[in-house]
Design a binder for this molecule. Sequence first.
Ligand SMILES: [Zn+2]
Length: 89
Amino acid sequence: MKKCIKYQAPFEETTNNGRNKSYCSVACRRSTELEIRRINDRIAGLEKVSESYRMNILVLELYGSEESVNAELNRQEIRLKELLSVMTD
Ligand SMILES: [Zn+2]
């Protein structure tokens, strides 16, 4: 007796052109394919979360805090306005 990879239920193994079957039924095979797709989506989502954590850490190391980022943004906007104001011909 073999165990179905989906729900671990034991099933009678019938060889499928030399390949060992891992599922007890077509439904379990389809269900496993869906599970793989869901896991892939979940991994992609977690990779994005992990990436944004890394980015947040980098930003914090560079600027210290959200207030510092906003202060720097403010300085740059003022400088930009200053530069744009002298370029009006
Ligand atoms: Zn099954």
